[in-house]
Design a protein around this ligand. Structure first.
Ligand code: PLP
Length: 359
């Protein structure tokens, strides 16, 4: 039994036994020649599930987003994106570096959305001074925050009205779908389809909450996916007997979507357990991610350690006690398939101890 409670990201360290069986038994071919049956089955499945013509299995979400951006945009085009969005801030600037696509970042509202007026104002006139605004890219969930369907409808309608294409970074789109399904008493797969219907392309990660070791998919029109396939090749993502990995993703789609609600419940359990501790503030998690702000004294302890001070940082203290989290901007705790209620309770106890909470 592992004593580590790993809340750094929603990735599992070891696929479930059932998933490993599915991988082990997967029929394989050579996907570079398009004849790996397990890859083809996954691509057909995820395209149908999200209501698109075609899909492409990708090694990572980063490559999937890059291929999408480079398929929608040409060199010198511009895409509108959130200031803290993954494609803009956490993917090494790939769209600009590799695609010569200029990002136009837009500040987020408190709910994670980009204000419609800000989107409208960022669209450049047709004038030689400006890059050509080509694409609106949204992210759902955004840092664990599901964007409202009404907002997604309005933002994508605005984009279409202004002639822009739309891409969704849906690394966690099934988390958003599960939250919507709980609120509406509906089916999570139908909710995912309803979200995807609003966008020209969607990138979805199997290696996040869905618990596969590797893999993402890009879905969209046949023409878009054909372009994306060339970008994937250029980026070195054309894999051979990739059915071994695709089988894990198919297993995840069958077995790990509905259970995301357990991750969401565990994130709420963590928040409940940290409520009322001096120096910690947060808003209750809407899905599987809890961000915690630290009071200045605790932040000082954290940064002092980063710069070689004598205090252990909170993140390091927790790590030494077997609780892993990240703390770049805020403390971040992510629940997933490998973390159960007992793990959450252990994390709560260690966090209380680390911040010196007496109750
Ligand atoms: C993790 C993540 C990605 C990228 O996925 P990788 O497989 O790690 O490259 C993209 N977007 C969001 C929102 C993510 O959380």
């Amino acid at each position: 039994m592992s004593t580590i409670v790993d809340l750094r990201s929603d990735t599992v360290t070891r696929p479930t036994a059932a998933m490993r069986d599915a991988m082990f038994n997967a029929p394989l071919g050579d996907d570079v020649f398009g004849d790996d049956p397990s890859v083809n089955a996954l691509q057909e499945r995820i395209a149908a599930l999200l209501g698109k013509e075609a899909a492409l299995f990708m090694p990572t979400g980063t490559q999937s987003n890059l291929a999408a951006l480079m398929s929608h945009c040409q060199r010198g085009d511009e895409y509108l994106v959130g200031q803290m969005a993954h494609t803009y801030r956490w993917e090494g600037g790939g769209a600009a570096v590799l695609g010569s696509i200029q990002p136009q970042p837009i500040a987020h509202q408190a709910d994670g959305s980009l204000a419609l007026a800000d989107i409208e104002a960022a669209i450049k006139p047709d004038d030689a001074h400006f890059a050509i605004t080509r694409l609106l890219c949204l992210e759902n969930t955004f840092g664990g925050q599901p964007l409202a369907m009404a907002y997604l409808r309005d933002a994508t309608a605005l984009a279409r009205r202004r002639g822009l294409a739309t891409h969704l970074d849906g690394a966690r789109v099934f988390n958003a779908a599960v939250v919507q399904a709980e609120a509406n008493g509906s089916d999570p797969y139908a909710e995912a389809r309803a979200i995807a219907d609003l966008f020209d392309s969607v990138s979805v990660c199997f290696s996040k909450g869905l618990g596969a070791p590797v893999g993402s998919a890009l879905v969209g029109s046949k023409a878009l996916i054909a372009r994306a396939k060339r970008v994937r090749k250029m980026a070195g993502g054309g894999m051979r007997q990739a059915g071994l990995l695709a089988a894990a993703a198919s297993h995840a789609l069958d077995h790990h979507v509905v259970r995301l609600r357990d991750d969401h419940a565990n994130a709420r359990r963590l928040a409940d357990g940290l409520a009322g501790i001096d120096g910690l503030t947060f808003t209750p998690p809407a899905s599987n991610i809890l961000f915690v702000d630290l009071a200045p004294a605790l932040v000082h302890a954290r940064t002092a350690a980063k710069w070689g001070g004598e205090h252990d940082s909170l993140v390091d203290q927790l790590r030494s006690r077997g609780v892993l989290c990240t703390g770049l901007y805020k403390l971040r705790f992510v629940t997933h398939l490998d973390v159960d209620a007992a793990g959450v309770d252990r994390a709560i106890a260690e966090i209380r101890r680390a911040v010196g909470a007496s109750h």
